[in-house]
Design a protein around this ligand. Structure first.
Ligand SMILES: [Zn+2]
Length: 539
């Protein structure tokens, strides 16, 4: 279908209006450069545009839409020996570039211009680039180069500086949907509206992928449904995204982990999942702004969530499974206890409503300030960096009355705990419990990245653990080197009879405010149980 519906003039090329208008002007004014470079993601129309442009500059009677598709030059375009296509990805292009240089001085056989279209030009070998550079420095008047690349950074600057550059961007969902609908009508394909939108989503801004998905599904004679698209192409449905948010609102961690596990098994691309989550967040953010009685997560919370989801790509190359990161990130937004859904008459909701009522200019500056503010604010509850001071205090507090008895209990729990929390798998499974008192558990892992990630997510860990074992533990994670060091010091202190004394954690750790909420909620709940809802008004 991609070939069949490949545009044959500028009017059918979608989503690149700015580029097309410049190229049209070049044709209309007969001002053709000697070298162009088209960069951008795959399937965005680079090669198609190159071909239409090549046809147009050789057309005998060009129209406002480029080639006339009627003249001798247009009609013989496909067989025209003056249009030379080279795919640099196939063989590094050395031989083809050499041949190109040998023949370049010869005048075109049939047309005004000899056009060289070099696809994936960044794949050329260094010697091929050097050869190409020589011809670009002094090109014969009858030659036009159109270079295309998905990786502009890999193209030498010496080449770029000799080309007119056009950056193609990803097509919007709307652009793709409209084009799909056109093809669907022409081909008489039976398909649900939702399925069309889904295909546009999965194709991630590339027309070629969108049409190839449609092609594969339409070979089946039945009507194409949303479920078919999702099951064939490992996508995530809007319902699943809504379910994820509902589990957060209802504080249903078990259900949440089930959904994440299922998406992982379906091999849904994690980037697609993040994009979907952020789309949903955008929807909720708008809803929360428009409607003061909005019942979902607070604006503040979804704003933080967006930033932490966007941060995930920074960690992906640490060899940590992206699904784990998404799971951990979202777990941050579950309330700290199982007794109550979040945001019912809490301070947070009040402050969220206050933000809602502020004038819109102020809101915008809020959004722009957000990343900085979040990095420095000690109250930020998502992915909080832990201070060295807090690490030292927790180690100290563990050593106050660490014992083999506590350690044995925690270690046996830990085995069960790590099996239960499958989605946190790699983080927990290679992590050992090395010391425990009645208040603090010290964890150890060889990998520094894992230790940092654990320490950023201690709240989740302690919530999950304490909920399960009815304890009030605080956690701290150390690298094995650091642990060896602390352990040696501890033993030396024991020998010298130096005692550890308990220290308060001075930092405003988020757990404390949660504890207060739990207390308040418990009082409220108990009162409600005794007196009934009508009489009780907690202040
Ligand atoms: Zn023509």
């Amino acid at each position: 279908m991609y070939r069949k519906y490949r545009p044959d003039d500028f009017s059918n090329i979608i989503g690149q209006d700015y580029i097309i208008s410049i190229l049209k002007n070049a044709i209309a004014s007969s001002k053709i450069s000697h070298a162009y470079i088209f960069s951008g993601p795959r399937g965005t129309g680079k090669t198609t545009t190159a071909k239409v442009f090549a046809k147009a500059i050789n057309c005998e009677h060009p129209t406002p839409n480029g080639p006339c598709n009627n003249c001798q030059s247009c009609l013989t375009f496909k067989e025209n020996a003056d249009i030379i296509e080279i795919d640099a990805a196939s063989n590094n292009g050395v031989d083809e570039i050499r041949e190109l240089i040998n023949n370049i001085k010869l005048a075109p056989a049939y047309s005004k211009y000899k056009v060289y279209i070099i696809d994936e030009v960044h794949m050329l070998s260094t010697s091929a680039f050097n050869a190409l550079l020589l011809t670009l420095e002094e090109p014969p008047k009858h030659v036009v180069f159109i270079l295309a690349t998905t990786n502009i950074e890999a193209v030498p600057i010496t080449i770029l500086s000799r080309c007119q550059r056009f950056d193609f961007h990803k097509l919007s969902i709307n652009d793709i949907t409209n084009r799909l609908k056109y093809v669907i009508k022409e081909e008489n394909i039976a398909i649900d509206e939702e399925a069309i939108t889904e295909i546009s989503y999965i194709s991630d801004g590339g027309m070629r992928d969108a049409l190839s998905i449609l092609d594969q599904l339409s070979s089946n004679s039945n009507k194409i449904t949303l479920n078919e698209v999702i099951s064939h192409f490992g996508s995530v449905s809007k319902k699943q995204i809504n379910d994820i948010f509902n589990t957060i609102i209802n504080n249903d961690i078990t259900k949440f982990l089930e959904i994440m596990q299922k998406l992982k098994e379906l091999a849904v691309d994690y980037k697609l999942l993040i994009r979907r989550l952020i789309d949903k967040i955008e929807e909720d953010a708008i809803a929360s702004k428009k409607n003061p009685k909005y019942q979902g997560l607070s604006y503040q919370k979804i704003k933080e969530m967006t930033l932490s989801l966007a941060e995930i790509s920074n960690y992906v190359n640490l060899n940590i499974e992206p699904y784990q990161l998404i799971t951990i990130t979202l777990l941050n937004y579950f309330p700290g206890n199982n007794s109550k859904p979040p945001l019912t008459n809490t301070e947070e909701q009040k402050s969220a409503i206050k933000i809602d009522n502020e004038p819109s200019i102020r809101e915008e500056s809020n959004i722009q300030d957000a990343p900085k503010e979040n990095l420095n604010s000690p109250n930020k509850n998502a992915n909080q960096d832990i201070s060295d001071e807090l690490i030292i205090i927790r180690i100290n507090n563990c050593f106050v009355n660490a014992s083999k008895k506590y350690l044995a209990t925690v270690q046996s729990n830990w085995q069960e705990f790590s099996q239960d929390n499958n989605s946190l798998l790699n983080l927990i499974i290679d992590t050992k419990v090395v010391a425990a008192s009645d208040k603090v558990i010290i964890l150890m892992n060889d990998d520094e990245g894992t230790v940092n990630l654990l320490n950023k997510n201690l709240d989740i860990l302690s919530n999950l653990y304490n909920n399960k074992y009815q304890t009030e533990y605080k956690f701290i994670a150390l690298t094995s080197d650091r642990w060896q060091h602390e352990r040696t010091e501890y033993i030396a202190n024991l020998k010298n009879k130096i005692k550890y004394t308990y220290q308060e954690e001075k930092e405003p750790v988020i757990e404390k405010s949660n504890d207060e909420d739990i207390k308040k909620d418990n009082i409220e709940e108990t009162a409600l149980n005794i007196f009934g809802e009508d009489i009780v008004e907690i202040k």
